[in-house]
Structure formats: C-alpha cells, structure tokens
Design a protein around this ligand. Structure first.
Ligand code: GTP
Ligand code: MG
Length: 690
C-alpha cells in the first residue's frame, strides 16, 4: 500500500451487534442506530483520521448472519467484501463487530470472513452486558488462539475505541490463512470449483474459495434463481452427486466444519455466568409479548401517546400560533398595503405557519418512536403482530418496515430490503405507505378538532387510534390480496430474533427528535414555502376588481382548477376549495393543511380567524355548512388510504427499480381511498348522517 493511499476498512457483523454505533464513534457521524435487527440496510461510508494523521475510510454495512446472499441488504455486504460494488474500493481491512453475549453465532460469521484472507480485527462489543450476566471472556487467550487482535469494547460509552484506533494505525497486519477444514471429499470438490472460478470468473484464490463454499452448500432450488451459469451449474450438480454417493452431506459439510472450529476456539475462553441470563428481559417479555397483555400494552402505549399529543402539545402549539399571528400583524404594520404584503401574510406566513404549528405533536410522536426503537420494544411489537401477518401469508419480519412507516414510509420501504423473498418484499413495499405516517398527523389532528370541537381528549384519542387501526387493517387486507393474486409465492421460514431490552440514552433520543424536527422544518421552509407562494399567486390572479374576496378566489386560476375537479370529488362531499387542497396534497400530505390555511384565509376575508373557525364557517353556495362531521370523516378516510407523497413514490421507484410498481401503487391506493371515502360519505347520508 502506498503511503498516500487512503485505507478502507469495513465494519461487518451480525445484526444488532453495534456496528453503526462503532461507526458513529469512529467517524463522528450520526447514522441511525436502533435496538432491533436490520436498522442499517444500505452501506454508508465516512472518514476518520487516526492519531498518526493517517486518513481512513470506514464503511458501515448491514448486519448479516452469513455471506451466502439471501436478501438485498445482505447482498450489499457480500458485494462490498468481494469488491463487486461499483464505486466502492474492496476493503483493505475488516473489523468484525461481535456481540460478546452471543459469541458462538457471531464467530460463525467470523469463520466466513476468515476465508477472504483479509487483515482482520475482532471487536468484542457489548462487554457491559456480558458483565451484567456475570460472564467474562479471556481476551488474551482468545487473541492467542486466533492470532488476530481482539479489542473488548462498550461502543455506546466509547470504551475500547482508542485501543481499536491504535491497532488500525499500524501499517501492517498479517492476513491469516483459513483455520478450519472440511472433510477430505468436501475439500477436494471445493478445490475443483476454486480452480474453475479462478480461471473463469477471474477471482483471486480467497474469493474463489469463499464463493465455492457458498455455492456448494446451496441446494439446486436456490441455485436456480441465482446467476449460476449453465457451466457452473453442471459442475455443481456433478459435485453434489459424487458427494452424495460417498455419503457426505454437501449441504451441512461446511456449516459443521465451521461450527467445529468455533467451538474449538471458544473452548475455555468464556467463563460461565453466575446470574440468570437477561433476567429483566425475560420478566418484561412475560407481559409484553403475552398473547393478551401484549396487545393491551401496545394499545395502551398508543393511547398514552395520543393523549399527550392532544394535551401537552396544545400549549406550545398555541404559542407558535400566537407567534405567527404577531408576525403577520407586524408585517401588516410595517409594510405598505399591496400584493407583496399580502403574499407574505396570506401566502407565506399562513402556509408555513399553518404547518410549523404542528411541530410539538411531531416531537412527541418521534419521542415515542425512538423509545420503541431504542428499548427493543419495536421487535416485540413485530412479534405480537407475527400471527396476524402469518394469517395473510407474510411473517413478522415484514412488520418492522411497516412499524417504521409510522414515522415515514421512506425508511419503511427501504428497510424491506431485509426481506429475503422478492415477492414478500414487494408486497411489503406496496402496503407500507398505508401505515399512518407523521405527515398525516397534522391533517388528522386538524380534522379531529373540527369534527369534535368540544370532545374530551379521550374522544379525540379514540378517533386517532381508530384511524391508525384503519391504516393497519388496510395494509393487512391488501397484503392478503396481493399474496393471493399478483405476488403469489411461498414465504421462507423465519425465526424472529428478540433483542434484549436496553435503556435508551437521553442523547440518542434527543438526537433522533432533533433530526426529525429538522426534516419537518426544512420541508416547511422549502417545499411548503414554495408551494405557498405558487398557490397564493394562483389564487390571486387573474385579478378581479370590485368583487368580493370569495368570488375573486372562485375566478382565480386555483379556483378554476378546483372547479374543474369538483364534479369528481363532490360524491365524497368535497367542494372545489377542498379540491385545491387535495390537488396540492399529492405532493406531500401536510400541504393540505397549509393550502387550507391559505384558501380559507383568503376566501373568508382573511386575518383574525383561526383555521378551525374558518373551517367551521365555510359554506356551500346554498348556505349549508361545508365541513360537516361526515365530510371530515370522509376526508380522514381518504387520507388514510391515498398515496400522497412524491418522495415515497421516488423511493419505491428506486427500491423496485421500475416505474411499474410505484405507478401501480399510486393507482391502487387512489382507488382504495376514493372508494372508502365514497362509501363513508354516501353510506352516511343514506342512514341520515350529516
Ligand atoms: N449495552 C450496550 N449496548 C450497545 C453497545 N453498542 C451498541 N449498543 C446498542 O445496541 C443497539 C444496536 O446498535 P447498532 O449500532 O444499531 O447495531 P448494528 O450492528 O448497526 O445493527 P444493524 O444495523 O441492525 O445490523 C443500539 O440500541 C445500541 O445503542 C454496547 O457496547 N453496549
Ligand atoms: Mg447498523
């Protein structure tokens, strides 16, 4: 390695072993960590400078149990380590981050990394949890047996990080030959494949060996849908036949050999614990994943969250509201009357302010979401949903992406990468945006406030939970439909891993809340700002002098657009003004709220009315109220089911690598939303509701 070449190290390990935590300490970046498997689904790079001034690139990878590729996120690990990932250097060094409380399983992966014959450092992370179990690892002995540096670490507290950096700043580290061996017939067959792969695939010996073992351990069913070319497949079939004749299990041969090695090196290295294993975790799980109490707790947790959203959040919301009202007042006083002043007060301040008000609620939502993720409850919620998911043909693993979609569908759709079956992954992506994301929260709370102005917080909480349940129900039903029609296929068996409960750090929760509010405010400052300006212009031009504000709005460009679609949405109970909001909301859901703030401000003469008052006063031309309870419910149902988010569409396009699926998704969710809202509104009218 030349002196000025930047070294690349890759962090590899089982899911939830703390790789991203180590990555964040090394690079001082803030990638997302969480206490459940599959948080990282995409490789991330960062740079660190070692004490001797050496610059080093660090790659954080998704967690994996093995290098035999099954799901999309695991493929990323395989491709980076094999140098197949375009734009990424093959790592020079590998840092294996292991969960010290689970060494046997973790070292199985180490044996696979070993095959690559790259310099390697072992990090024994979670030493604090090992100690809490009363266990200990003889690090010196382990290091001696392995011949590889072993660094004990508590990544969350930064313990052991300096020692790791010290090792990384060394110039050289020997790469060790493979320490484990299979039975002779297996070794021979593998060697044959190695030769072929080196010649035909241009792999160096370690890579060829690693690939050969992966191939030979796979069954023919698995090989069919992998890029096995004909020649390789023939070679493999021959090898399997010869091994079967000799009574050697090619499927288990390598796995057993690896475990033999793992047991040998761990022998006498781990001191047994005196305390019962993860006592607290077991006690909590007795309740939290209990068949009955589990659901009860889940519902109670959600209810508590909404109670806070409807009570605690209202105080800061009033302050923000008053702040924006004052700002508008101030602008009115200092600026001369005219279009520019109106643009600022009725366009920008009404639009952006109408959204920023909801920041306290968003903060509470994300406080709860980070709590779920960091304590390890997220995986439990997925666990209790497992049975529900099974009944529609998916497993609980699909529920993690769905749970993440409560925050936002984008990370949800991305985390579907951890699902092995392509079809199940697609089903999950297709239904993920049905989960109630944070952008719907402002819309729902606004509509709930109009629907039940004087109801107690308990009533409002009830409605919110019902809306969330409707979203989940929609996702489950649609998944059932897709699994039986478009995307039929077997679901591979899956055993869910439940992480231990961990106390979340205040810092990590604050960081998460800060990140999300930054995103929220940034959207308010960019997309919503721009949209508000455009909308204001569309609503104020062409100019009509000498008519009332309401008539001028009706004749404006925006009014004309609204009028154009009114016939389509009238059966749902909406007029052209709501239509303007709906059109906007297909960019991003919360735009509905900012649009309504602007439309009803201008339409109703503007100024002193709060949005809720303006809504209550809004009427049809015949004088009947516009926002009847039935219309509010119909709107809520529409927002539960419609795909109104450009960013999600873009991410589905990227994840499925085609326009077909995002277009299909927009259409099916649109039809679902329209039908549901139609049934609610028309059905309600038939039984005499208003
Ligand atoms: N007690 C303890 N917890 C840790 C330690 N290191 C990480 N954690 C916690 O373990 C959880 C998982 O950490 P991550 O860094 O997200 O793990 P990861 O290996 O990147 O996980 P994936 O991306 O899902 O593969 C988080 O809740 C961390 O706060 C440690 O040394 N001790
Ligand atoms: Mg990670």
């Amino acid at each position: 390695m030349s002196a000025d070449k930047v070294m690349t190290i890759a962090l590899v390990g089982n899911p939830n072993s703390g790789k991203t935590t180590v990555f964040n300490v090394l690079t001082k970046l803030r990638q997302k960590v969480g206490n459940y498997s599959g948080v990282t689904v995409e490789k991330k790079s960062g740079r660190m400078t070692l004490a001797n001034g050496k610059k080093t690139d660090v790659i954080d990878l998704p967690g994996t149990y093995s290098l035999a590729v099954r799901s999309t996120d695991e493929k990323a690990v395989h491709d980076v380590l094999f140098g197949h990932m375009t734009g990424t250097e093959r790592p020079d060094w590998i840092v294996c981050v292991l969960d010290a409380t689970n060494l046997e399983r973790n070292f199985y992966l180490v044996s696979q990394i070993h095959d690559l014959e790259l310099p390697m450092v072992i990090v024994l992370n979670m030493m604090d949890e090992l100690e809490a179990e009363g266990k200990a690892v003889d690090v010196e002995k382990l290091q001696a047996v392995l011949g590889i540096p072993v660094v004990p670490m508590v990544a969350t507290k930064g313990k052991g990080v300096e020692a790791l950096k010290e090792i990384l700043s060394k110039e050289t580290l020997p790469a060790h030959p493979r320490p484990w061996r299979m039975s002779e017939p297996m070794e021979e067959e593998v060697e044959g494949l190695v030769q072929w792969l080196m010649k035909n695939r241009n792999l160096d010996r370690p890579l060829a060996f690693s690939e050969a073992v992966i191939w030979i351990s796979k069954g023919n069913i698995e090989c069919e849908h992998i890029d096995a070319d004909e020649q390789l497949y023939t070679l493999l079939t021959g090898a399997w036949e010869r091994l079967s004749v000799k009574g050697v299990s090619w499927r288990m041969g390598a796995i057993e050999a690896r475990y033999n090695w793992v047991h040998k090196i761990l022998d006498g290295v781990v001191r047994r614990g005196s305390r019962r294993k993860r006592d607290m975790t077991q006690k909590l799980d007795a309740v939290l994943i209990h068949k009955v109490w589990g659901w009860f707790f889940f519902a109670a947790l959600m209810a508590f969250m909404f109670l806070l959203i409807f009570t605690v959040a209202t105080y800061p919301m009033d302050w923000i509201d008053a702040g924006f009202a004052r700002l508008a007042e101030f602008v009115k006083n200092v600026m001369p009357a005219g279009d520019l002043r109106n643009l600022i007060t009725d366009g920008v301040i009404a639009g952006v302010g109408g959204i920023v008000i909801f920041l306290p609620q968003i903060l509470i939502l994300f406080f709860f979401i980070s709590l779920l993720q960091d304590t390890g409850y997220m995986a439990r919620a997925a666990f209790i949903m497992d049975r529900l998911m099974n009944s529609v043909g998916l497993h609980g693993k699909s529920f993690i992406p769905l749970l993440s979609s409560f925050a936002c569908a984008i990370p949800g759709v991305m985390s579907a990468r951890s699902i092995e079956s392509t079809k199940d992954r697609l089903v999950t992506i297709l239904v993920a945006p049905l989960m109630t994301c944070s952008a719907r929260l402002p819309v729902f709370t606004l509509l709930v406030a109009i629907l039940l102005p004087s109801a107690s917080v308990f009533g409002k909480t009830g409605i919110m939970m019902l809306l969330y349940a409707l979203g989940i129900l929609g996702a489950v039903v649609m998944a059932w439909v897709f699994k039986r029609t478009l995307l039929k296929g077997p679901t591979p068996p899956f055993i869910m891993e439940l992480p231990p409960y961990r106390l979340p750090s205040v810092q990590s929760i604050c960081l998460h809340m800060w990140e999300r509010s930054r995103i929220f405010l940034k959207r308010a400052g960019t997309v919503i700002f721009a949209f508000s300006v455009v909308l204001w212009a569309l609503m104020n031009y062409p100019k009509h002098e000498g008519v009332s504000a309401a008539v001028a709005l009706e004749k404006s460009y925006a009014g004309q657009i609204g009028m154009l679609i009114e016939p389509v949405i009238k059966p749902l109970g909406y007029d052209w003004r709501i239509g303007i909001g709906l059109v906007g909301s297909f960019t991003a859901r919360e735009i509905f709220v900012s649009t309504m703030s602007i439309v009803f401000n201008v339409g109703e003469g503007g100024g002193a009315l709060t949005l809720r008052e303006a809504f209550v006063r809004a009427q049809w031309p015949d004088g009947s109220p516009l926002f009847t309870p039935l219309v509010c419910v119909s709107l809520m149902v529409f927002f539960v089911y419609a795909m109104q988010c450009i960013s999600s569409i873009a991410v589905v396009r990227r994840e499925t690598n085609s326009w077909r699926w995002p277009i299909f998704q927009v259409v099916y969710m649109g039809v679902l939303a329209y039908t549901a809202a139609f049934l609610v509104y028309q059905g309600g009218r038939i039984i005499g509701l208003q």
